[in-house]
Ligand binder design. Structure first.
Ligand code: ATP
Ligand code: MG
Ligand code: MG
Ligand code: MG
Length: 439
């Protein structure tokens, strides 16, 4: 993408209405714009990051054996009356009437809808186990939408739902999602610690929240430093190994991690002082096991192996896809701007000309641009007629992992500069070695 043709509105000043760093940076670097309270338009740069995060979530769900589908945003109130949640959900639910005066709502979550869809198709135990997911916009009329997309009213969520014959099998589905979540967040370059959660309005007893540490997080957290060393992409962890999944769950739950809601002082006291970590955290994902809470009242039944009708045991698994864009920024930035982990960066390379009026500079940069693009590398090419210093500042602000800087002095001696945004390290290289490094 050529910057001169791009829609990348960058602000010089920090917007005064934003309180936390990710919100400020998302406005300054032109990721989003608010269109109504808690509702945001995703501009090209923000949209590219959102899609990268969504794709990592999708790939890990697919690897874990979940199947993608797509359910609508609008739902019928009837469905929610069947589960008994229509009245219970309260003012967070946006309720709408259509022209025939039918009661509708903008879905805050999809347990009811998928339970109803599955109920009409599943006949016997052979239709189990199944895990289905979609990545779709949700609406929750939050009392206090704030911090930009961190707590929006309309937000993008991945929500998965599992159906199993019995509790033992449902636990395995839960452990499978647990591993998928650990891997998903690790791939995004963030450390999300699974913490025992108090079960909320969705109900059930087995539940974990995934929390990213950030000083601006809404909950207080306590965890064992052992979580800082764990590698979830170890090859001995496999989805097709039930014993390994059980062990993973035992490891995760025997290592202390809790939010202020579930904190246990006596277990905390047993952890040696130097291993105690406390701070604040952001909830980026949440998994629940809730048995027959929906299948029961909504009449989802299948015939078991013995011919008896049984209600499948269910779980649901959410990831805040749009919230993650902000959470990654909270976890990865400096005074100059965002530092994108390569896996979610909007472009991998920012190519900059220091002097757009210098022919040799522009010719060299044009060549680098076309060769990088030819090699399938995502490049943002700042070919604007702006001062070099301004362009470098913009690159730092939008935080692409690599900056490739071309200027008249370097070109005269046959070199370009390659800067790593995260470490700040700069290197002078020939064009060929710079290309070799980036492709
Ligand atoms: P919170 O405690 O932040 O209100 P929640 O517990 O109500 O979140 P869940 O029902 O567990 O949310 O939904 C799954 C995920 O959706 C959350 O872990 C979070 O990442 C995301 N999410 C929930 N509410 C919002 C929101 N208002 N804006 C952005 N993301 C959200
Ligand atoms: Mg909430
Ligand atoms: Mg919560
Ligand atoms: Mg939650």
């Amino acid at each position: 993408m050529r910057f001169s043709r791009a829609f990348l509105p960058v602000l010089k000043e920090s917007p005064s209405d934003a309180q936390i760093v990710s919100h400020k940076l998302m406005l300054r670097a032109g990721l989003v714009r608010q269109t109504a309270a808690g509702i945001y338009a995703w501009l090209p740069l923000g949209f590219r990051v959102l899609k990268k995060i969504e794709q990592i979530v999708r790939e890990e769900q697919d690897r874990a054996g979940a199947q993608e589908m797509l359910m609508p945003t609008l739902q019928s109130a009837e469905l929610w009356r069947e589960s008994g949640r229509y009245d219970a959900y309260g003012p967070e639910m946006l309720r709408i009437r259509d022209r025939h005066d039918r009661e509708m709502l903008y879905g805050p979550t999809n347990e009811e809808m998928l339970t109803a869809i599955f109920r009409d198709e599943a006949k016997s135990y052979r239709d189990l186990p199944r895990t289905l997911y979609h990545i779709q916009w949700k609406f929750r009329d939050e009392v206090r939408p704030r911090f930009g997309v961190m707590r929006g009213r309309e937000f993008l969520m991945k929500d998965a739902y599992s159906f199993d014959l019995d509790e033992a099998s449902a636990r395995l589905s839960y452990y499978t999602q647990l591993l998928a979540y650990l891997r998903t967040f690790q791939r995004m370059g963030i450390r999300a610690v699974p913490m025992k959660a108090a079960s909320g309005p969705i109900g059930g007893d087995l539940s974990h929240e995934f929390i990213v540490l950030a000083p601006t997080g809404e909950s207080e957290v306590f965890y064992d430093a052992a979580f800082e060393e764990m590698d979830w992409n170890r090859s001995d962890l496999r989805y097709d190994d039930p014993v390994g999944l059980h062990n993973l769950f035992d490891d995760v739950t025997s290592t202390y991690a809790a939010t202020d809601e579930t904190h246990e002082e006596d277990r905390w006291a047993d952890i040696s002082e130097e291993r105690r970590r406390t701070g604040r955290g952001i909830e980026v994902g949440h998994i629940f096991y809730f048995g027959d809470k929906y299948s029961g009242p909504m009449g989802l039944r299948v015939t078991g192996p013995d011919g008896q009708m049984v209600a499948p045991m269910m779980g649901s698994y959410g990831i805040g896809v749009s919230r993650l864009v902000a959470a990654v920024i909270e976890a990865s930035h400096d005074d100059a701007g965002i530092i994108w982990p390569e896996s979610v960066a909007p472009w991998k390379v920012g190519l900059v000309t220091m002097r757009q009026d210098d022919e040799a500079t522009v010719a060299a940069a044009d060549e680098l641009y076309s060769r990088l693009k030819g090699a399938g590398i995502e490049v943002l090419y700042d070919d604007r007629d702006e001062r070099g210093g301004v362009k470098l500042g913009t690159m730092d602000l939008i935080g692409l992992p690599w900056q490739l800087v071309v200027g008249p002095r370097g070109i005269a001696s046959g070199v370009v500069e390659l800067k790593n945004r995260a470490s700040g390290e700069k290197e002078e290289l020939s064009m060929e070695s710079a290309l070799a490094r980036l492709t």
